[in-house]
Design a protein around this ligand. Structure first.
Ligand code: HEM
Length: 453
């Protein structure tokens, strides 16, 4: 069955749609989370050395023994991995070990030893993901739930399998995103039916679906608001965030060339630069954008001085698709290819050419429902901006006053002219010029709902 034909046909049964979503694109009833909980351990005892280190990761980091433990590891092969959940588990384990190794010391390590590099490159190639602690490693495949009904939206029942710091704050930080992903599960078929309905000029179905989309975005906002309950901004900024930093634009943090992924024999290996782990790599939020027809452009996604250098680059949103699991990336491409311009284009077409479908009343309702949905998503981005202010901007200002520079500062700011101090603009773990970028993303969302332009 071709993935592009049957999917959002209005006549396909909900079960058919769900089966194709899951088989073709790895989209489950929990959205981009797996249907079953991730493995908490690799079953083959061959991998016990990895499991031993990762299960005591935070103590090794606190006692400064992590690098020596990893250096002692044998180079294990991925030949003993048999199932996809095992490959995913390996990606999680090696993602945590990689960032712990690079950032877990007084200075960043520019070299990743073969005991991590070789299996990590193999698992990354298998999963078609970059060899870093991406959103998939720390969020999507790194949770366990004790919810009796396996309800992954129940945030209080979720715990991260692994953290760098051993803190509840870090687990909560990851689990808020997990609950949000799960909250998105039921809305995906609704989104597809909205796209299909509008394509066929079925306005009542599209209006109802837009109402459900708006209500889902509100629920995501409620979960986002819960971040403060158990994740302290100071702990986040000083302890958690430095471990999530990538190796791209990290000269100020001691990685002028990125990280050398050492493949062992005769100096074989490669300098690599990647973005760090970021919730910006969530496929769910990008799906809302595509479905609604929000356009993100690269302009402004850089500090003023790097603007001219970067303006021809692809947008952050497009680039981070390379950090999403391959079937999810393909799903976004599918939706984008099949419905270019998303619901916005459909609504606009009907407003410009009214004889295509519906009466005046229906078209007005459709426009209102669409604008309300885009406003809800823009408001969600406003909440997110406030969180970023509380969790990054304010702690970084305090730190500036104290004039202390540590890896947290270094991984948060572009270097100054002397390349040694970090006076430049605040950056995200993904390496973006943070506030201008996030404000731009919000404004682009508002703009999608404005038909006067
Ligand atoms: C303490 C909580 C959070 C902080 C401090 C934070 C910080 C950031 C930062 C710095 C960026 C800029 C991109 C980068 O360079 O990585 C970003 C982007 C983004 N974050 Fe968060 N984030 C938080 C929670 C979340 C959560 C729970 C989600 C939900 C999935 C989320 C979704 C996004 C998205 C979608 C982007 C891309 C920009 C956009 O599309 O608006 N964030 N975040």
């Amino acid at each position: 069955m071709s993935p592009c034909e049957p999917l959002p046909a209005t006549k396909a049964s909900p079960n058919d749609v769900c089966r194709v979503l899951s088989d073709e694109f790895g989209v489950t009833s929990n959205a981009f989370l797996p249907e079953q909980q991730p493995l908490s351990r690799l079953p083959d005892p061959y991998y016990a050395p990895w499991e031993a280190i990762v299960s005591s990761l935070s103590s090794h980091l606190q006692q400064h023994t992590l690098r020596q433990e990893v250096d002692r590891l044998p180079v294990l092969s991925t030949d003993h991995l048999t199932t996809e959940p095992e490959w995913r588990r390996t990606y999680v384990v090696l993602g945590f070990l990689t960032h712990a190794y690079v950032w877990g010391g007084e200075v960043a390590s520019e070299r990743l030893p073969p005991s991590i590099t070789l299996p990590f490159l193999s698992v990354s190639s298998h999963l078609s993901l970059p060899p870093v602690a991406s959103y998939a490693a720390v969020n999507l495949w790194n949770f366990s739930s004790v919810s009796p009904a396996s309800d992954l939206t129940d945030l209080d029942s979720l715990t991260a399998l692994h953290t760098f710091t051993g803190t509840q704050d870090e687990s909560w930080f990851y689990m808020v995103s997990v609950a949000m992903e799960a909250q998105g599960g039921p809305i995906i078929p609704v989104m597809l039916s909205a796209l299909s309905a509008l394509h066929h000029h079925d306005l009542p179905v599209a209006i109802e679906a837009l109402g459900e989309i708006t209500s889902c975005i509100h629920k995501l906002g409620i979960l986002l608001d819960r971040m403060d309950e158990r994740c302290d901004p100071e702990v986040f900024y000083h302890q958690i965030r430095p471990f999530l930093a990538g190796s791209k634009n990290m000269a100020g943090a001691g990685l002028p060339n990125g990280v050398f992924y050492d493949e062992g024999k005769d100096g074989k290996g490669e300098w690599r630069q990647y973005r760090g782990g970021s919730n910006g790599q969530s496929s769910l939020i990008q799906l809302f954008d595509l479905v609604l027809g929000v356009e993100h452009v690269a302009q402004g996604n850089a500090s003023p001085d790097s603007y001219s250098r970067e303006k021809k680059m692809e947008s952050f949103h497009r680039e981070v698709r390379g950090y999403m699991p391959e079937p999810h990336r393909r799903f976004l491409e599918y939706v984008e290819g099949r419905y270019p311009g998303g619901l916005r284009k459909g609504v606009e077409d009907l407003l410009v050419t009214p004889n295509r479908g519906g009466n005046d009343g229906e078209r007005n309702k459709l426009r209102e429902a669409f604008t309300t949905a885009t406003k809800a998503l823009a408001e969600f981005r406003n909440k997110h901006l406030q969180i970023v202010t509380r969790y990054i901007v304010i702690p970084s200002r305090k730190e500036n006053k104290a004039k202390s520079n540590n890896l947290a500062t270094a991984s948060s700011r572009l270097p100054g002219d002397d390349k040694k101090t970090f006076v430049g603009e605040l950056t995200g773990t993904g390496g973006t010029a943070l506030l201008p970028f996030l404000k731009q993303s919000r404004d682009e969302t508002f703009r999608a709902g404005d038909f006067s332009r």
